[in-house]
Design a protein around this ligand. Sequence first.
Ligand code: MOS
Length: 752
Amino acid sequence: MPRTQEIPTTSPIGRSTPRVDGPLKVSGRAQYTSDFNLVGQLYAVPVEATIANGRVVKLDTAAAEKMPGVRAILHRGNIGRIFRSTLGPGLAGITDERRPPFEDDVVRYYGQYVALAVADTFENAKAAADAVPVSYEKREPNVDNELEADDEPPVVMTQYGPVKRVQSERGDPEGAFASAPVKLDQTYVTPAETHNPIELHATTAIWEGSTLTLYEASQGVFNLQGVLAQMFGLPRENVRVITKFLGSGFGNKLWPWTHCPLAAAAARQLGKPVKLVISRKMAFQTVGHRPRTQQRVRLGATADGRLVALLHDSVNHKAILDPYNENCGESTAFHYSVPNLRVAFGRASRNVGPPTPMRGPGAVPGLYATESAMNELADQLKIDPVRFRVINEPKIDEGLGIPFSSRHYLECLGLGAEKFGWSKRTPAIGSMKRDGLTLGWGMAGCAWLAARFPAEARVDLRDDGTARVACGTQDIGTGTYTILAQLTSQKTGVPLEKVDVALGDTSLPAGPLSGGSMVTGSVVPAVFQAADNAIAVLLSMATTTPGSPFENRTPDELAFEGGRVFVKADGSAGGVPFADLLRRANLRLVTASGKSEATFGNPDPKFSTHSFGCHFVEITWQPEIARLRVGRVVTVIDAGRIVNPLAGRNQIEGAVVMGIGMALLEHTIYDPQNGAPINSNLADYVVAVNADVPPIEVHFLDFPDYEINAIGARGIGEIGLAGFAAAVTDAVHHATGVRVRELPVKIEALLA
Ligand code: MOS
């Protein structure tokens, strides 16, 4: 059973803590990117291509240039130089759209920006953008839903560098599958899905001489700084990126998009700050989406339910120029024990905007396919799906051949089954009823990588008894401000409300991307080291300052606990608050930094580090009126120590809500005529809303994973979405007898 916490519950770590930035948000004082307004700023609105394949023949800017308030209509001929950027070592220079805007006159996807109207007000800029007639040489767009992999070599370029298309292989998968006593061979499809954070992407660009400041809605200010410095040919330190608050992103704000260099180029040319906020429609076209995937899964097992073969072949659509790999096999190679396995991927080029990571990239569509296949095979074997998973629990990560740092998947399954009441499930189709409704019960497992990005942080202890922590990461809305405050409070003894947190700025110590659910795990060692170093400075100062109560001591003789310095030999009962020591020494503050290395991307890891979990879902089905609802959810997550259970539960609940959308609603539809994502608004692209959300029960196990950091905390942002759709489709099958293998589940599929 879950271990008890080793840090006392009076500690700020592990305590349910409301957001420290909550009052700023609810009072409207939190400044999101588009809330920054500068004196004399201009507004830019892009002109969107209305074809998805072809060439711009003529842009007629004459009329628009004469419209009220218009300062410029910028296009390929007059915007000035915007350079390309390249991938750097480590995680540097990433972008999912390498071609700078306006680099050529070719249109490769619908909505690609072809010009930019700049005016004194947003309304004037919009009117001017709408008044630029563009003539095209049109070719037929390819947005075909049927995905056959492009002919590509065994090693291909991806957004993060070259990788092998066969990602993992062991034993004799084809042979073992061919001779398996029981087998399944099915193809699962997930549609293109579009991130819909409420906050739209925005940039305000300001030039002062050869320095560029960007207010940008970014999940990764340092990566954006590096890419934009390259695009404008500047030394990196000449670019500053600021993102104080994010109205989420789900991945589509991880990497730079073309609106950002456009705003910067316009500001350069016009000598004024330029603000560009994209529209919701543009958000479906130019800032990424989760690509459509088509995944063939072959599973072979013995009659008593032991897996003998697993083949997972996925294809995702990609844009014409960029090499996006969805990585559907992210967790396939280690999730279950199976001696013969192959995981491979391919891509199919389409006239769509570049895809980008969306919450749980790879694992989310991947686990939908593999967990669905597990459920179908369990059904064939007449083995309970929970038991089927227990039978195939691996002892080690069989993909890498190394132990797991901490894996408690079986405890997740056990606790989930117990809390849900799974033992009452009767397996026959449509056999469970309540209040005139047919019930369907389904389940699935999930996993998500856990690792650390490099991180730096700085901690100040100040003479008024407050502390400050600074780290150039971002708070995407998940609670990073609060986590940084909790970590600093834990180490310094300064109460939470007296800890100032600074983040979202490249002028701060380099912090991690808000991606991969890795921020919390990554910042722990850097913040702890910074705090330890600041305390060391304090102790040294206390022993060297004339008149200090510790003047004749050595730092070794002193200790720091709960914000007080005391002589170890005298015990912690007395002691002097650090603020007193600072005031006596006429110091406003002591300050120090800390730094920790990445574990992510380690080519030779000793342990396989992942979070695990499972979902149990009840759906209700009314065949008379074709009404399908998610009725109840129990989710159990094994993510190491949970730093803030309140924020953590909120993350998993949010992921489950998104999972309901993924399973039943979300679907970006491309018009085959012109290649446009035609449901590019929040009325036609349907996401789960309050009325779709049933009671959600979230349970966390508490097994700290000390391979990740000193408090054993892994991440929890994304895992809650992984596997969820497979649990829903399993429940749909249980109620209706229909196996839906293409998301989202449509009522039509159930009416056969
Ligand atoms: Mo997440 S897709 O790494 O923002």
